[in-house]
Design a protein around this ligand. Sequence first.
Ligand code: FE2
Length: 414
Amino acid sequence: MDATLLLRRCQLVNGEGLVDIAIADHRIVAIAPNLPVTATTELAIDGRLVSAPFVESHIHLDSALTAGEPRWNQSGTLFEGIEIWRDRKASLTVEDVKQRAIQALKQQASQGVLFVRSHADVSEAKLSALKGLLEVREAVKDWLTLQVVAFPQDGLYGRKNNEALMEEALKLGADVVGGIPHYEMTREDGVRSVHRIFELAQQYDRLIDVHCDEIDDPQSRFLEVMAACAIRSGMKRRVTASHTTAFASYDNAYALKLMGLLRRSRLNFIANPLINITLQGRTDTYPKRRGVTRVKELWQNGLNVSLGNDCIQDPWYSLGTGNLLAVADMAVHVCQMTGTAEIDACFEMVTQGGARTLNVESDYGIEVGKPANLIVLAAHNPYEAILQRATVTTVISQGRILVETTPPQITWHG
Ligand code: FE2
C-alpha cells in the first residue's frame, strides 16, 4: 500500500499499544502496528500522544482580539462587557471581523483546534459580524470547520427589529440558532424566546445553541424550558445549552428534579470555565460562588459536556489565547475533577465531547475511512497533556501537515 503520509508508533488516547497511521487522499486508510506501507512523508512519533483535533465548541470570534476597545472592562462583569461591546460594534465592519477572526482561528489551529463553533452577534442592523463570519467559514474550509451561530446578544425581543434580524441571519446561512433568554426584559419574554428559537430551528433545519442562565440568579430557570422543548420537539442532541451558570446556584432539591429532566432531554452542555470563574460571583462577598455549571454532575449523569474558551481578549475577558488545554486545566480545578478518570474526561470534553456538541461526529475521530484530521502532542497521555499544557507539535488537517511547532528547549546551567 502507498500512502501520502505515515505516522509511526503513535499512542492513541484509548489505545493499548503503539500503532502506525497511514493517510492517503485526505483520509485515514490504515491503523495497525508496524504497517507495511511506504509513504511520501513519514513522521516518527515515538510513542507520543496522537489525538483527534481539539474542538472549540463556544467562542465569539466577532469580538475576539478587541480588548480595550474602546475601553477596558473595569468591573469585570458580564453586563459592563455587553455595554462596551455595544459601543465597539458601532464601528464594526465585515473586513474588521474577518481580519480578527482569521487571526484568532490561526492562533487556535496552531494549538490543535480544527473544529470551531462561533457565535455572531445578530443584534446590529448591518449584520456585519454574521456576514464577516460566513465569509470566514468559506475562506478557512480547506483547513478548519467553522460553524456560525446567529446570536441575538441584546435579546430576541430586546429591540424591535431583533427577531427579524435573526430570521435574516438564518436565510443568509447561519448554521445554528442562538438565544439569550435570561437577558430578555422579562421572564415571559425569555420563555417566549426559547419557544421561538425552537420554531426557527425546525423551520430552517438548523441546530440550537442558547446562552442559557449565564447569571448567578438562582431564579433564572430557562434551562428547564429548553429541556422541555428539546423533548417535545424531538430535537434533543441537536440542542445545546451554553454556560448554564445559574445551575451552580440552584438549591439541591431543584437541581435533582432538573437533572432527571435533563437526562430525558439529552441536551449538550458547554461550560466555559476560564471566563465564568472570572465573570460570576461578582456580586458576592464571602462565601463567593464559583459560578461554573455542575460539570462533574452532568458528566456523572451521562450527559454530553464540552468546554469552550468563550472569549479571547475581548470586552468580557481580556485574557485567553484560545488554548483548549488551558480550558481543560481550569475545568479540572474549578469543577474539582482531579480523579484520574475525571482528568481524562476533561480532555474528552475538548475533543470528542465537542464533536458531539457540534454534531460532526461522523467526520471526526481517528478511524479508517474518516478525514485525516489529527494532532500530535508533546505528551504521552491526556493527563500529561493537561498537566504540562503540552505543545501540539504537529497539526494535520485533511491529510496535510498544516502547522508544526517545536516545544521550548530548556538549558539548565546549574
Ligand atoms: Fe458566550
